[in-house]
Write a protein that binds this ligand. Structure first.
Ligand code: ADP
Ligand code: MG
Length: 347
């Protein structure tokens, strides 16, 4: 549907936003290919919402440039507004109106005729599993329903670019899955989605490329595979037939792979974190380990080779886990080694 599909939906260079002494966004470069879900992953206070607000023309940048489908977000703000839609941590729907009333009202505001607005609204309510709730006031919706009506409202007229700012924060797993399905459906129709999230598995599930953002800076960028590969080669998980063979298996794995081997709580299970610097691929290392185990007479019942989780990626990139709050005003440590590593870890 988009005439821009061949190019970039978003392009920023050195984007900056300060609030007093806080550099909320501290020189962000992004290149978001059109027609994809792009994940901006970072903990609370990382600068995700501030970035989205600048891209959606709701906040004026203090430095750098940002273009949406080639239009400058400051000089061509009107053009940008015509192409984007925003949902997530913002209330766009009226609590006192029903789901149907909200959508029809918005549809009318967007210039749809009465009949077209009703039809489109009914279609979206059905697609989002809200038909039965269509006549209920939104204030009586559950958290998951509320999030879905928010997204429905934001795609009433199919936008070229949809910002989803933490669309599933606080939702139960079932509602999260429903939102994920909706995001996939929206992208299948040609809309580009910029998704911010604190959830590593959410970025992993939905996004083709991910920028990891911490304290206003992009600390790594790439496809999921690239990000994971920049951190480690993954892990080998083994389940043995016989718990008594576990010490022997540990020794064989240590010798074959030259890495630490961890005992899992399950007495027949072992995990070995592979070393990316070993030179050969994770699969080759794993194959070698299995061969050595067989030669040593260790019976392996179950074997899997897993990529590192995005949690491990974040920890490796930032030196802190995703739960650690980045307090405003602690930016003085922005030059710690974790941040200086950008050149090595950026992919
Ligand atoms: N309007 C504002 N005034 C002052 N500080 C703000 C404002 N908005 C955001 N900040 C600060 O900027 C930083 C980034 O915030 P935000 O973009 O909301 O992060 P995120 O969305 O990743 O949680 C935080 O330190 C936050 O406290
Ligand atoms: Mg936010």
């Amino acid at each position: 549907m988009s005439q821009h599909t061949a190019g970039l939906a978003i392009e920023t260079a050195g984007l900056v936003k300060t609030f007093g002494a806080t550099r909320a966004v501290d020189g962000v470069d992004l290149a978001v290919p059109a027609g994809t879900v792009y994940g901006v992953l970072g903990p609370n206070g990382a600068g995700k919402t501030t970035t989205v607000k600048m891209l959606a023309t709701l906040l004026r940048p203090d430095g750098g440039q940002a273009r949406v489908f080639g239009h400058d977000v400051v000089r061509e703000a009107d053009e940008v507004r015509g192409l984007v839609s925003l949902t997530g941590q913002y209330a766009s729907v009226d609590e006192d109106l029903t789901g149907m009333e909200n959508l029809v009202l918005l549809g009318r505001l967007l210039g749809h005729g009465k009949k077209a607005a009703r039809e489109r609204s009914a279609q979206l309510l059905a697609a989002f599993g809200l038909t039965e709730a269509a006549a209920k006031q939104v204030k009586h919706y559950s958290g998951g329903m509320r999030r879905r009506i928010d997204i429905a409202a934001s795609i009433l007229s199919t936008p070229d670019l949809l910002f989803l700012d933490e669309p599933t924060t606080g939702l139960d797993p079932r509602s999260r899955n429903q939102v994920w399905d909706i995001v996939r459906a929206v992208v299948a129709q040609g809309t580009t989605v910029l998704l911010t999230t604190q959830y590593l598995d959410e970025a992993d599930q939905l996004a083709s490329r991910i920028a990891v953002i911490d304290r206003g800076r992009v600390i790594a960028e790439g496809t999921k595979g690239e990000l994971k590969a920049s951190v480690g080669a993954g892990s080998v998980h083994l389940r043995l037939r016989d718990a008594e063979q576990r010490p022997a298996a540990e020794q064989v794995l240590r010798l074959a792979l030259d890495v630490d081997v961890q005992r899992e709580p399950d007495p027949v299970a072992l995990t070995a974190r592979l070393d990316a610097a070993m030179g050969d691929t994770a699969a080759a290392q794993a194959a070698r380990a299995l061969g050595e185990l067989a030669r040593a007479g260790v019976v392996v019942d179950n074997f899997s080779l897993g990529q590192p989780s995005l949690d491990e990626v974040f920890l490796a990139l930032t030196g802190h886990d995703t739960k650690t709050d980045t307090e405003p005003g602690t930016r003085a440590d922005a030059g710690t080694p974790a941040h200086d590593q950008k050149g090595e870890v950026a992919v």
